[in-house]
Design a protein around this ligand. Structure first.
Ligand SMILES: [Zn+2]
Length: 374
């Protein structure tokens, strides 16, 4: 049977909401159409030649990657240059490509959480939290007897979600008044007479991205010709979501011992280290991939050591002058852990929804760097 790309995208939205993407990023469905049919998905970090060929050999309909295959604006789509040839190959084989990048980095259970957990951190919190989505309160006035149908329609469109609770509303009874003027067709009462009606004021919460759908769903089932409702912006935030993580090790650990622990836990032969490596560490900040922009944040939050995938020479100098230490473990090594985790979560979500979709891991995925020593 299979499902549509749209149904897969909806599941991915639950794992890595697109509103978490950085403004400079290019996430979401990059190739293919929402109504394409999907039976087999392959998850990878990068859409490379080898991954695409593996996907073709395995009859894959959709690739889900961490890094966006299209990032800079394309000026042409030629089949005789590297990137263009790969895009042609993907399109000719009817493979859809979806990307979850910085949104998957930040999301709870995403790339940065998986890395922090693997490093053995406890009391994990995001290093940055400025990207929370805006919340709104909607209050709607409903004639008594219709409050359940309006509540259900709004909840189905996403209203009233508070963590793992859905249908969260507060309802108060009161009297609504109105005077139907000429040209109206009132659901209750008649033209020219002031009406007093038993009404329920239903209040609920909505995320910015759902607001339009919720209002549409509410207006659809509300019996009144003219519906009275209010929308208020809120200062509440859904939760802490952001780039990078900070946490503590269970025990204070000599730096050298911690660095070796990072090698073991990420399955790599060595790491680069910089800064103050002569002391014990307990507070650890981390950011998968290229996390150097968070060095100052890590320092401000009291990190003894910052673990990331890659940084420049001058970043290492900054770490040194701050009196902090850094461990540079490689872009691939700090991110590949998410692939297995994403496959596990997708397969579970599809099984729960009874979607007949198989999720494969791209086995040809590999770190483009290797180390040669003498
Ligand atoms: Zn990356």
């Amino acid at each position: 049977m299979g499902v549509t790309v749209k149904q897969v995208v909806d599941v991915m939205e639950g794992i890595a909401p697109s509103y978490l993407s950085e403004k400079w990023d290019n996430t979401g469905l990059l190739i293919g159409g929402m109504q394409d049919v999907v039976r087999k998905i392959m998850v990878c970090l990068d859409v490379t030649d080898s991954v695409v060929n593996e996907a073709i050999q395995n009859g894959v309909d959709m690739l889900i990657s961490h890094h966006p295959i299209i990032f800079e604006a394309l000026k042409n789509l030629r089949s005789d240059d590297g990137k263009g040839r790969l895009l042609h190959l993907i399109i000719k084989n009817n493979i859809a490509v979806y990307c979850a990048h910085t949104n998957l980095d930040k999301a709870p259970g995403g790339v940065d959480d998986v890395l922090a957990a693997r490093l053995g951190l406890e009391n994990i919190e995001p290093l940055t939290t400025e990207e929370d989505e805006k919340l709104y309160k909607i209050a709607v006035y409903i004639p008594k007897g219709h409050e359940d149908s309006v509540m259900n329609a709004m909840a189905e469109a996403g209203a009233g979600m508070v963590r793992n609770y859905s249908h969260c509303t507060f309802q108060t009874r009161g009297i609504g008044t109105f005077l139907p003027l000429e040209g109206t067709k009132p659901y209750i009462g008649q033209q020219g007479r002031i009406e007093r009606v038993d009404e329920v004021r239903l209040e609920t919460i909505a995320r910015k991205r759902d607001l339009e759908d919720i209002v549409k769903a509410m207006l659809n089932v509300h019996p009144y010709e003219e519906v009275a409702y209010d929308i208020y912006p809120l200062a509440n935030r859904i939760g802490k979501q952001g780039l990078g993580r900070i946490g503590t090790l269970r025990h204070e650990t000599p730096f050298g011992e911690f660095a070796k622990q990072v090698c073991r836990t990420l399955g790599i032969p060595s790491v680069l280290v910089a800064g103050r490596i002569d002391r014990k560490v307990r507070v650890v900040a981390s950011c998968a991939g290229s996390g150097a922009s968070l060095i100052s944040k890590a320092y401000a939050k009291g990190a003894h050591v910052f673990v990331t995938g890659e940084m420049k020479y001058h970043d290492a100098c900054d770490v040194e002058s701050m009196g902090m230490a850094a461990i540079v473990a490689g872009h691939y090594a700090t991110e590949f852990l998410i692939v297995d985790e994403l496959i596990r979560r997708l397969q579970k979500a599809f099984d729960d929804l009874q979607y007949e979709v198989e999720v494969l891991k791209a086995l040809t995925m590999a770190d483009p760097y290797t180390i040669i020593g003498e």
